[in-house]
Design a protein around this ligand. Sequence first.
Ligand SMILES: O=c1ccn([C@H]2C[C@H](O)[C@@H](COP(=O)(O)OP(=O)(O)OP(=O)(O)O)O2)c(=O)[nH]1
Ligand SMILES: [Mg+2]
Length: 157
Amino acid sequence: MKTAPQNSPIVGVVRLPHSNGLDLPAYETAGAAGMDLRAAVPEDRPLLILPGKRALVPTGLILEIPEGFEGQIRPRSGLAFKHGITCLNTPGTIDSDYRGEVKVLLVNLGDEDFVVTRAMRIAQIVFAPVTRAAIEERSLAGSTERGAGGFGSTGSA
Ligand SMILES: O=c1ccn([C@H]2C[C@H](O)[C@@H](COP(=O)(O)OP(=O)(O)OP(=O)(O)O)O2)c(=O)[nH]1
Ligand SMILES: [Mg+2]
């Protein structure tokens, strides 16, 4: 089953010309959390990412995410495991009011050159509800058992 349940939020997709011919994001399996995103680089101009370098990869897509949701751009574990390719800013945040092209910031943490070819599945996007909080300034923080302890204060084992 590649379709979503009936009550799922509807995300609009607008294609930019350079995504013509590419599959739209879709869940690959019935229980997949993320939809894979494809690289909209030109067929005849693949993108080379040298070891230690980063690149902003176009998807050719504008998303219209409903208010109250966000898109999280996450790495694909296969690319990370096999090639050391991950998203530098993971999880990348796609705001519901963003109307620019979704881009994926890849970094090559491996030892070898990595070539991004057209239609390659480079990352995945997870849609998630967002809670927007209100900030209230206070003069003192209430006391807790943890207090100011952090960064390993409870021990390492
Ligand atoms: O991996 C990403 C992360 C962000 N964006 C787009 C969508 C997002 O809504 C916008 C802003 O992202 P973010 O808030 O993370 O970046 P910023 O550095 O704070 O930029 P801005 O000042 O535009 O908010 O950039 C992407 O296309 N890919
Ligand atoms: Mg921002």
